[in-house]
Design a binder for this molecule. Structure first.
Ligand code: NAD
Length: 439
C-alpha cells in the first residue's frame, strides 16, 4: 500500500520505517527540514535502540522516502498517518492541537481521491469527529477522505519492537471500508495473532488516554505509599515487592522513586482532565489531579532529601547528577524528573554536573545553564553528593569502591531505587533512597 506518515518524531519516524518493513511504500513527512534530511540519509535524529538499522534497511530497499511537502504526501498516499506532537498548550493544561490542525489544513486541499487519514497522535476525545468535518469542508475528495483513529502504545527505548510486534492493535473507525483498509495495513501484525480491538473513533481516542491515566495512577499510588513509608520509617521496596506478588496488582509500573516524566504521561493526564472539564464531567477524573500532584511532589522530595544529606544547605555544594533523560534507553528529556531536580538543586545554590549516556545534547539545548559531562567519572570528581535520577544500566554497573576515591564525601541518593544499595554501603557510601529508611 502507499502510506504517508506525517510527523517523523519519536513515534512517526519509527512508524514510517516499521510500515516499510511490512512491505508498504512509505513517504515520511515533517516540517523540520533538518530532521528530514538526516532521515533521508539514514541518520536517526534521536536515540532509539535498533532504529538506525531499521531505517537504513528500508531506505536501501527503496520502500522508504522522506519529504517536507504535504502536497506530495496528499498525491502519494492512500493511507495518511498523523503522528505530529500534541504537547501541553502554553499557559493551560489542555493539549495543543495546532500541529494536528495544521496538517489537515495543509493537506486536505490537495486530497483529490478517496483516502484514509489515520490519527496516531494522542488527542482529546472528539478530535476525530472534528477533523472529519474539517476534511469534508477543505478537501476536493470531500467525504471520500475518511478519518480513523489508531492510538499508538509504543514505549521509547523499545519502540522498534513495539511497532513491529505491538501488544495490541486498536482501531477506531467510522465505516467497514476504513476497517478493511486498516486490516490490510496491519496484515503482518494480525497474522501473528496480535489482539485486535475495532471500535468507534471516540472509544479509540479514549483507550489511549485511559491507558496512560492508569499507568500514571499506578506509579503515583506507589509513590504516595512511599511518602507514608518515609513518615514512619518503613521501607517501600519490600512493600512494593510484596504488593506485586498479588497477580491482580502485578509488579510492573510499581517502582517507587522520583516519578514519571516524558512527552506523554504528564501532559496526557492533564489534557484528559482538561477535556473532562470541558465536558462538565471533571469530578469523575478528579483523582488525576492528585496523581499529578503526587508525581510533582516526588521531585521536591528528592531535592529535600538531597539537602538533608548535605547538612541542610545546598549552597556551593558539588553534586553529581546521574541521568538527564526521562527514562533509560532514550535521549528524550521532555518533562524529565532528572533535569527538574538538577535545576532545582542548582537554583538553590548547588553546583551540579549532569551526566547521561545519550541525552546530554538535548539537555544542553533545553537547559543551557546546567553543567554537563559525557564521562560519568568526571561527574563524581570532587562531588559531595551524587543523585541517581535515571535508571540506566551504566549506573547499576558503576564501581562504588573506585568512585569513593574520586568524591569529596561518599554520599549518594538513589531517587530511582535501582542501585544495589548494600553494595554501595559496603564500599563505604552513605546511601539514602526514596521511601527507604536511613541506615
Ligand atoms: P515529537 O515531538 O518527537 O514528533 C512530532 C513531529 O511532528 C516533529 O518532528 C515535528 O517537527 C513534526 N511536526 C509538527 N508539525 C508538523 C506539521 N504541520 N507537518 C508535519 N510534521 C509536523 O513527538 P512524538 O513523541 O513522536 O509524539 C507524537 C504524538 O504521538 C504525540 O501525540 C504523543 O503524545 C503521541 N505518542 C508518543 C509516544 C512516544 O513514546 N513518543 C507514544 C505514543 C503516543
Amino acid at each position: 500500500m502507499r502510506i504517508t506518515v506525517i510527523g517523523t518524531g519519536y513515534l512517526g519516524a519509527v512508524h514510517a520505517a516499521g510500515m516499510a518493513a511490512f512491505g508498504h511504500d512509505v513517504l515520511g513527512v515533517d516540517v523540520d527540514a533538518a530532521k528530514i534530511e538526516r532521515l533521508a540519509h539514514g541518520v536517526a535524529p534521536f536515540y532509539e535502540p535498533g532504529f538506525p538499522d531499521l531505517l537504513r534497511e528500508n531506505l536501501d530497499a527503496g520502500r522508504l522516502r522522506f519529504s517536507t511537502s504535504l502536497e506530495e504526501a496528499a498525491a502519494f498516499g492512500d493511507v495518511h498517518f498523523i503522528c505530529v506532537g500534541t504537547p501541553q498548550k502554553p499557559g493551560s493544561t489542555s493539549a495543543d492541537m495546532k500541529f494536528v490542525d495544521a496538517v489537515i489544513e495543509g493537506m486536505a486541499p490537495h486530497l483529490l481521491r478517496p483516502c484514509l487519514i489515520v490519527g496516531k497522535s494522542t488527542v482529546p476525545v472528539g478530535t476525530a469527529a472534528r477533523l472529519t468535518e474539517m476534511v469534508a469542508r477543505l478537501s476536493p475528495a470531500g467525504e471520500q477522505a475518511q478519518v480513523a483513529w489508531n492510538p499508538e502504545f509504543l514505549r521509547e527505548g523499545f519502540a522498534v519492537n513495539d511497532t513491529l510486534h505491538p501488544d495490541r492493535l486498536v482501531v477506531g473507525v467510522a465505516s467497514a471500508d476504513a476497517e478493511a483498509t486498516l486490516r490490510q495495513v496491519y496484515a503482518t501484525i494480525l497474522e501473528e495473532g496480535t489482539p485486535y480491538v475495532a471500535t468507534d473513533v471516540a472509544t479509540a481516542e479514549l483507550v489511549k488516554v485511559s491507558a496512560n491515566a492508569f499507568l500514571a495512577t499506578k506509579i503515583s499510588f506507589i509513590n504516595a505509599i512511599s511518602e507514608v513509608c518515609e513518615a514512619v520509617g518503613a521501607d517501600i521496596v519490600p512493600l512494593a515487592t510484596a504488593l506485586g506478588h498479588d497477580a491482580r496488582i502485578g509488579n510492573r509500573f510499581l517502582a517507587p522513586g522520583v516519578g514519571f516524566g516524558g512527552g506523554c504521561l504528564p501532559k496526557d493526564i492533564r489534557a484528559f482532565l482538561a477535556r473532562a472539564e470541558e465536558l462538565g464531567i471533571d469530578e469523575a477524573l478528579g483523582f488525576l489531579r492528585n496523581v499529578d500532584a503526587i508525581n510533582v511532589n516526588r521531585r521536591h522530595s528528592a531535592v529535600n532529601l538531597a539537602r538533608g544529606m548535605l547538612g541542610g544547605s545546598l549552597k556551593d555544594k558539588r553534586i553529581a547528577i546521574l541521568g538527564a533523560a526521562f527514562k533509560p534507553n532514550s535521549d528524550d528529556i521532555r518533562d524529565s524528573p532528572a533535569l527538574s531536580v538538577a535545576n532545582a538543586l542548582q537554583s538553590q545554590g548547588a553546583q551540579v554536573r549532569v551526566h547521561d549516556p545519550e541525552a546530554i545534547e538535548n539537555a544542553r539545548a533545553a537547559h543551557p545553564l546546567l553543567n554537563y559531562t559525557s564521562e560519568v567519572h568526571k561527574a563524581f570528581e570532587g562531588a559531595q553528593l551524587a543523585v541517581h535520577l535515571t535508571e540506566w544500566q551504566e549506573y547499576r554497573d558503576l564501581d562504588p569502591l573506585h568512585l569513593a576515591t574520586l568524591v569529596t564525601t561518599p554520599h549518594i541518593l538513589d531517587a530511582r531505587n535501582a542501585l544495589d544499595i548494600d553494595h554501595w554501603r559496603a564500599a563505604g557510601w552513605t546511601v539514602r533512597a526514596m521511601g527507604r529508611p536511613a541506615r
